[in-house]
Design a protein around this ligand. Structure first.
Ligand code: GRF
Length: 213
């Protein structure tokens, strides 16, 4: 059987991208990465793609008259690369509706908090951990969810808590959370490419999962 083909969309350093590559190399995730797409020509993720001989494309919004034509071009790239699933890994642009329609329930994202808390517009990267630190939250965590047309509101695939009561700074929260991101994202991607997600409205269950995994 042909391996499922993934596209990774990233805007930053790409540590989740690197973690996914490692889990593919080890055989844990039965897929291949067909393409990296980034909106940021300086993204660290590009260097990671180069090291691993993964095709990469930079596509910059300012080169397009509007968001629709920008996302139309991304869709063309995805189709040309015969991509089966989209993995958002610190991608900071909105995914166009035309892409969500084409890849319904096949686009996944990771958020460094326990959605729906500390999610939504403006809640990305360091802003999340700063808000959590300022609120005095004792437990943060990681959410992996399917992407729909509402920002950070797609069906939740996996979540894991991260104790942060003793964290001395937002950076320390970020470090603790990122470590779990790297583990949880690969697990969720594995389940998705193995077609083990059972999606009922906004609820997702995993074939063969128990609460004590
Ligand atoms: C991660 O914290 C992820 O939760 C968020 O963006 C960050 C990406 O980090 N979506 P990296 O580029 O994967 O290191």
């Amino acid at each position: 059987m042909l391996k499922k083909r993934l596209a990774v969309l990233a805007s930053g350093r790409g540590s989740n991208f690197q973690a996914i590559i490692e889990k593919i190399t080890s055989g844990y995730i039965p897929a291949s990465i067909a393409l990296l797409i980034t909106n940021n020509p300086d993204a660290g993720a590009i260097d990671i793609a180069k090291v691993h001989n993964i095709p990469w494309q930079v596509i910059v919004p300012k080169d397009f008259p509007d968001s629709k034509s920008f996302n139309d071009q991304i869709l063309k790239m995805l189709i040309a690369a015969k991509v089966d699933y989209l993995i958002l890994a610190g991608y900071l642009k909105l995914i166009g509706d035309q892409i969500i329609d084409k890849y319904e329930n096949r686009i996944i994202n990771i958020h460094p908090a326990l959605l729906p808390s500390f999610g939504g517009k403006g809640m990305y990267g360091h802003h999340v951990h700063q808000a959590i630190y300022d609120r005095g939250v004792k437990v943060s965590g990681v959410t992996v969810h399917l992407v729909n047309k509402e920002y950070d509101a797609g069906p939740i695939v996996l979540q894991r808590c991260v104790p942060i009561a003793t964290a001395k700074s937002p950076d320390e929260i970020a470090q603790r959370v990122l470590k779990i991101e790297h583990e949880l994202y690969s697990q969720a991607i594995k389940f998705m490419v193995e077609d083990r997600l059972i999606i009922n409205g906004s609820r997702v269950t995993i074939k063969g999962e128990t609460d004590f995994d």
